[in-house]
Design a protein around this ligand. Structure first.
Ligand code: UD1
Length: 344
């Protein structure tokens, strides 16, 4: 019988990586995580083990460090790599662009170089809908032009996509899937893993959960004069476990591919406004989320949602969970974390 295939998750202790580890293990893969703990906690590996019954092997290292990566590849037979290791705060990327370019590009280059040394050719990249820039041509399709990003974080995703296209064109043994995430939210159904931003959250859902918990007094809704049904910004929120399954589908697709580099949107194809999300969160969880209308946030689009047909046609993947599941699971995780940290 063929042994289990091992997937290396670079940056695998973060929000999306940890859920993807669970989805991969549930699909019969083994997982190995390399993470420098710069924006994650070691306990996440334990918690993945609590859900799946097997704790992934963890290498605490900088993914840009080729010698550290070589050790991983020497010790493990790596079937494919999923690259989540990167800085992701938009505002911070504007203040510290060199750090963002250095870190996000270096981790990618090191992974590609060490994979080539060890003859590993399956690569899935955590990209973002941000690569579509300020286009108003919604829903976004993969064929649409990319670029025109509004911040260095977005440009790192754009540049890494280009690096990967060039690398795959030059090396027939390298096959790449670029997964363009829309707005990942929610948490594993168990409430054991979820999104744990450090400091003041940048993104809407973690801000809502902190207001609901009373950590912050009020949610600022950035603009109510957009051309949308209620004037607030519309986004394609996707449950993180649906997103995680998208990575399993991408890895399965790569099994038969060679020398290709293909992009897929991972979204639901549906848009919800800021107030739709706030009202749904209040209703399904029976909690108050006080909000006030504030100025628009610079760089925000009015409307952003996916055309998700390509992933369905080619990867056989589509999002299953709805906005209520996302709100319920995000709140369950927040409450369980709050009670476990107060009892420990
Ligand atoms: C942002 C990034 C995107 C990144 C994604 C990660 C920008 C321009 N885009 O997307 O590159 O991949 O996060 O998930 O920053 N909102 C409020 N109040 C808040 C926070 C957000 O009203 O306190 C609104 C925003 O104006 C927006 C919506 O909520 O309409 C979603 O915002 P957010 O969660 O930050 O995601 P994006 O801006 O879509």
């Amino acid at each position: 019988m063929e042994g289990k295939k091992t997937i290396l998750l670079a940056g695998g202790l973060g929000f999306i990586g940890s859920h993807t580890a669970v989805a991969l293990m549930e699909a019969g893969y083994e997982t190995v995580i390399a993470d420098d703990l710069s924006n994650s906690e070691e306990s996440v590996a334990e918690r993945i083990g609590q859900i799946t019954g097997t704790k992934p092997k963890l290498y605490v290292c900088d993914v840009a460090d080729r010698e550290a990566l070589r050790r991983v590849f020497r010790e493990q037979e790596i079937f494919g790599v999923i690259h989540f290791a990167g800085c992701k705060a938009v505002g911070e990327s504007v203040a510290q662009p060199l750090r963002y370019y250095r870190n996000n590009l270096d981790t990618t280059l090191s992974l590609l170089e060490v994979m080539a040394e060890f003859g590993c050719g399956r690569f899935v990249f955590s990209s973002s809908a941000t690569v579509y820039g300020v286009s108003e041509d919604v829903p976004f399709t993969e064929e649409q032009a990319t670029g025109g990003c509004t911040n260095p974080y977005g440009w790192t995703k754009y540049m890494i996509e280009q690096i990967l296209r060039d690398a795959a064109a030059a090396d027939p043994k390298l096959s790449v899937v670029l997964l363009r995430y829309f707005n990942p939210v929610g948490a594993h159904e168990s409430g054991i893993i979820g999104e744990q931003p450090s400091g003041v959250p940048n993104n809407l859902m973690p801000y809502i959960t902190q207001v609901a918990q009373g950590i912050r007094p009020v949610l600022h809704v950035f603009g109510d004069d957009y051309p949308t049904h209620d004037g607030t910004g519309v986004r394609d929120y996707i449950h993180v476990m649906d997103l995680a399954r998208g990575h399993v589908a991408a890895m399965e697709h790569l099994n038969g591919a060679s020398g290709s580099c293909e992009a897929f949107n991972l979204g639901t194809g549906k848009g919800y406004s800021v107030l739709d999300l706030v009202h749904t969160f209040q209703r399904v969880n029976g909690v108050e989320v006080p909000y006030e209308i504030a100025e628009r946030r610079p760089g925000d689009l009015a409307v952003c949602y996916a055309n998700a047909e390509k992933a369905q046609e080619i990867l056989g993947w589509k999002a299953e969970k709805d906005i209520e599941d996302m709100c319920r699971d995000a709140w369950q995780f927040t409450q369980l974390r709050a009670s476990s940290s107060s009892s420990s």
